[in-house]
Design a protein around this ligand. Structure first.
Ligand code: SF4
Length: 218
């Protein structure tokens, strides 16, 4: 059970896919991914729900909304001075360049779709990959803070590896059809077991093969 693929299969057994996301439109998912930058899941949901109470979350409406009103709604998600104008700008671009319909990205090959998303201000690697993977079901492997930490502890990547190095390390060993499931399961594993502080090594399913010097003995 030493290889990374075997560890991942073990994690998938412990964290099988649930109905993680309720049905959001692609645009709603993009907005919620922007809100999730540098904040917790709970804070993301609170900001998104506020926004949805105040506005119809569609490009036509948010492109015309007042930034101050968007800010007021998304305060619980943090960094609202940055995220509010970003959301309005994204709405405007989606409207002007995609006719308000992000599903058109599904028709492009993966690299082109990723490049297009990365051109949108405020859409970085993680936001683009979450969108491609979770919303459009494409093969991108998004790396969040939990996944980045696990990859380093498992010595998959260097201790100072950045986003792209980690993404490519996972994509090299995961078939496309499996990436979304592994992404979601590893986030849960990092949140609940391989935590940043106080990892719960005593209950870790891959304890015996983890090479991290800081792991806590049983
Ligand atoms: S043994 Fe500890 S550090 Fe290693 S993967 Fe498990 S929880 Fe993380």
């Amino acid at each position: 059970m030493g290889s990374i693929s075997e560890r991942i299969d073990r994690i998938l057994e412990i964290f099988p896919e649930r109905r993680w996301y309720r049905a959001l439109t692609p645009f709603e998912r993009l907005v919620s991914t922007i809100l999730s930058q540098n904040t917790s899941r709970e804070a993301t949901i609170k900001g998104f729900e506020n926004l949805r109470k105040r506005f119809k979350v569609i490009p036509e409406v948010l492109a015309e909304a007042k930034v101050e009103e968007i800010k007021e709604c998304i305060k619980p998600s943090g960094l609202y001075n940055i995220k509010a104008p970003r959301i309005r700008e994204v709405a405007r671009i989606i409207l002007e360049e995609y006719g308000g319909d992000l599903n058109s990205l599904s028709r492009l090959d993966l690299d082109t779709a990723r490049e297009r998303l990365l051109k949108i201000p405020g859409v970085g690697f993680k936001t683009a990959d979450v969108f491609l993977s979770v919303v459009l079901g494409r093969g991108s492997f998004p790396v969040d803070t939990h996944i980045g930490r696990v990859a380093k502890r498992w010595k998959m990547v260097r201790s100072n590896a950045g986003y792209e190095e980690t993404r490519l390390a996972f994509e090299a060993i995961l078939p496309r059809g499996k990436r979304r499931r592994v992404h979601l399961a590893l986030i849960e594993f990092g949140r609940e077991i391989c935590r940043a502080r106080g990892p719960r090594c005593e209950m870790c399913p891959v304890f015996g093969v983890c090479e991290w010097e800081g792991k806590r003995g049983i």
